[in-house]
Design a protein around this ligand. Structure first.
Ligand SMILES: O=P(O)(O)OC[C@H]1O[C@H](O[C@H]2O[C@H](CO)[C@@H](O)[C@H](O)[C@H]2O)[C@H](O)[C@@H](O)[C@@H]1O
Ligand SMILES: O=c1ccn([C@@H]2O[C@H](COP(=O)(O)OP(=O)(O)O)[C@@H](O)[C@H]2O)c(=O)[nH]1
Length: 465
């Protein structure tokens, strides 16, 4: 029997979909695997000393979840090191924040080997393997080395950078070569596919054929965009839950008639939080008449705390939020509500619905599922307005949002102003078109399109177009 085996660094078993608080990848995979009842393999998030290579297995919501413990050195060199100090900043166009150390690279290779060795005995002859994200780029190569002939696909959840940026990475050629161990490599946007292809052609001498087929390093693979979505049906059900309703009412009460702007992000420099706060400050400075009549609720969930760039950002945001409130707050009005704790998805659903403006202004983002959740949570009779960065992958699809350049505080501040005064008719028109997109391009379509494409040999490609 053929199974779908999904491999990712972070695993979030699909026990109670309303409850999770992990990032977008785990949320989406949880939804994607619920129907498939396949195998989900990844890091447990725990460390043991010494490394044993043992994994724990359990069946959750019909999905077999296999989790591997790593050791502390793995966590430092692979997760906090190469994944989040080297690749993450580089792929998000922040070479200034890249920290490259050979030990990180070694830890990355070691963990990918450990993943391959542990997964190997679980792979059946007809299984399809789907590897997720930048933590695991070399995994396909390691599986091939061990004789795995199955179809293996890879999906990158974050942007693929321009070739001039990528080539600042030591051993960039080896990293790209390992992408060619897969049968299919998927990206969030056409832009990412173009950047990958550009590197392959100019730096790896690849030949490009039709249907996204690329040959290099002695292999023929396919590269295509598969924009990820949310489980819209499930989200609409979550929105009707008691907890969502409770949070919606709580927000309305605490708004006391004021307009609410909302940001929901992991506390990450790619999310443009400092720039967002500065844009909000500009809005307040230019519009004294608005004082007391609106506020910004920014939920910034703590993330990757052990990485210094994240600690530094936290310090800067504490200062900036204090500065804004110090300058503008009055005895009965706090302009910026800045919250670092995590909220459950059902709670977020209620909070989203209460917001007049959804502010999604990353400096770079693979997709950004918050943009899609915000739209899915709106009241069709009185929807809020999505203000969306041109640099979020979501902008390629969500053209009826107010698209902004997050680096321009005037641009963002004017879009918020425009959103707040937008007539109901225009809000409805924009929301209907956005919602149609969120429903059509949902997480099931993402999974089905990717898996169908992965199952189809290159020779038969015409059949899936
Ligand atoms: O696992 P963490 O280190 O806690 O980080 C959370 C996830 O962040 C990134 O999410 C990406 O995937 C989303 C879904 O495709 C996408 O919408 C978003 O733009 C991306 O940033 C990361 O890529 C995941 O691996 C992490 O689990
Ligand atoms: O307090 C929080 C903050 C965020 N999220 C979820 O985390 C995901 C964030 O995904 P996104 O694609 O926007 O960005 P990522 O964090 O993966 O980069 C979304 O599903 C949010 O609902 C959550 O459950 N609780």
């Amino acid at each position: 029997m053929s199974r779908l085996i999904v491999v990712s660094n972070r695993v979030n078993p699909p026990a109670d979909p309303g409850v999770g608080t992990a990032g977008g990848l785990a949320m989406a995979l949880s939804a994607a695997l619920r129907e498939d009842k396949g195998l989900w393999f990844g890091w447990s998030g725990h460390t043991v000393e010494p490394y044993t290579g043992q994994m724990s297995m359990q069946v959750v919501g019909g999905v077999t979840v296999a989790l591997l413990d790593l050791d502390a050195q793995d966590e430092q060199e692979y997760y906090n090191g190469y994944a989040n100090r080297t690749l993450w900043p580089l792929f998000h166009y922040r070479p200034d924040l890249v920290n490259y150390e050979r030990s990180f690279d070694e830890g990355y290779e070691r963990v990918n080997t450990r993943f391959a060795e542990t997964l190997l005995p679980l792979i059946g002859p007809d299984d399809i393997i789907w590897v997720q994200d930048y933590h695991l780029i070399p995994l396909g190569r390691e599986l091939r080395k061990r004789g795995v002939k199955n179809r293996i696909g890879f999906f990158l959840h974050i942007p693929w950078p321009a070739r001039r940026i990528l080539s600042t990475l030591p051993r960039h050629g080896e990293l790209v070569e390992s992408m060619f161990s897969y049968d299919l490599v998927g990206f969030q946007t056409e832009d990412d596919v173009e950047a990958f292809t550009d590197y392959a052609i100019h730096d790896a001498g690849a030949a490009l054929e039709k249907d996204g087929v690329i040959s290099a390093f002695g292999r023929r693979i396919r590269a295509r965009a598969f924009p990820i979505g949310i489980d819209a049906t499930d989200f609409e059900a979550t929105l009707k839950s008691e907890r969502a309703e409770l949070f919606y009412k709580t927000m309305l009460n605490s708004q006391a008639g004021r307009k609410m702007l909302l940001g929901v992000d992991r506390l990450d420099y790619s999310k443009g939080l400092e720039e967002r706060f500065t844009a909000y400050e500009t809005l307040l400075a230019n519009n004294p008449g608005m004082h007391g009549h609106l506020f910004l609720l920014q939920i910034a969930t703590r993330s990757r705390d052990e990485v210094d760039a994240y600690q530094d950002l936290r310090g800067r945001l504490d200062n900036l939020s204090g500065k804004i409130n110090g300058a503008y707050a009055t005895v009965d009005w706090v302009p910026l509500r800045y919250v670092n704790r995590a909220y459950r998805r059902d709670e977020l659903a209620g909070i989203y619905r209460a917001a007049d403006i959804g502010l999604v202004t990353p400096l770079r983002d693979g997709m950004n599922l918050v943009a899609k959740e915000y739209v899915a949570a709106q009241d069709p009779e009185n929807p809020g307005v999505l203000v969306l960065s041109q640099f979020a992958g979501a902008a390629e699809q969500m053209k009826d949002a107010l698209i902004v350049n997050p680096l321009s505080r005037e641009d963002v501040s004017e879009a918020v102003h425009r959103g707040l005064s937008m007539p109901l008719k225009e809000r409805k028109r924009r929301w209907e078109s956005l919602m149609e997109n969120v429903r059509t391009n949902d997480v099931s379509r993402w999974r089905d399109d990717f898996v169908a494409c992965l199952k189809t040999p290159i020779a038969e490609l015409a059949g899936v177009e």
